[in-house]
Design a protein around this ligand. Structure first.
Ligand code: HEM
Length: 156
């Protein structure tokens, strides 16, 4: 791959993640507002979903800033870039996994709280479950693309 193509791909990755970051901030504001603006207000950060979700959000922010400063702008030397790359790849997959887990937990807790006949397998409950399965297939697709299936230097 030539250098121009590589730079274009990096830019596309950075801009996509910036858009995701902006959407995440809006979604988090909505989540906190939905608690704080209720009368009486609902306590914040008491569910496992919110803990995993906020952890994912903070890690995502750090990942974006480190990616921007180290990879996109030539501030760092080649040694630092090479050293950070495996961490960036590892934490990228971790954050992706955390976001999937948070989404599943959010769907599940909301279904249990808000769908009174969830156990009767009615339309709304099935829709939520299908959404959860779609998140699963999305996750399988992305992790498949991330895997390298390296057949070299394997001792069989
Ligand atoms: C389909 C995906 C999601 C659904 C259906 C969902 C649903 C919900 C619901 C019902 C609440 C209020 C109850 C609670 O505090 O647990 C909530 C809160 C929260 N969610 Fe999500 N969520 C989803 C994805 C995410 C993701 C991906 C993140 C992180 C990036 C996230 C972060 C949070 C946080 C931090 C709160 C706590 C707000 C507070 O305590 O005031 N959620 N979500």
């Amino acid at each position: 791959m030539d250098q121009l193509m590589k730079t274009k791909l990096k830019m596309a990755h950075g801009v996509t993640m910036l858009v995701v970051f902006a959407m995440m901030i809006v979604a988090l504001k909505a989540a906190f507002d939905s608690h704080n603006l209720k009368t009486p207000p609902i306590p914040n950060m008491y569910t496992l979903h919110s803990w995993i979700g906020l952890t994912a959000a903070v890690l995502f922010g750090l990942q974006w800033i480190s990616g921007l400063t180290v990879f996109l702008f030539p501030i760092a030397g080649p040694k630092l870039r090479a050293n950070l790359l495996p961490f960036h790849q590892y934490y990228g997959s971790c954050i992706f996994g955390l976001v999937i887990a948070a989404s599943w937990m959010g769907l599940l807790e909301k279904s249990i709280w808000a769908i009174s006949d969830y156990s009767s397998k009615t339309g709304e409950g099935i829709l939520v479950n299908v959404l959860g399965l779609m998140i699963l297939f999305f996750g399988l697709g992305v992790t498949f693309m991330l895997s390298k299936f390296d057949k070299t230097n394997k001792e069989l």
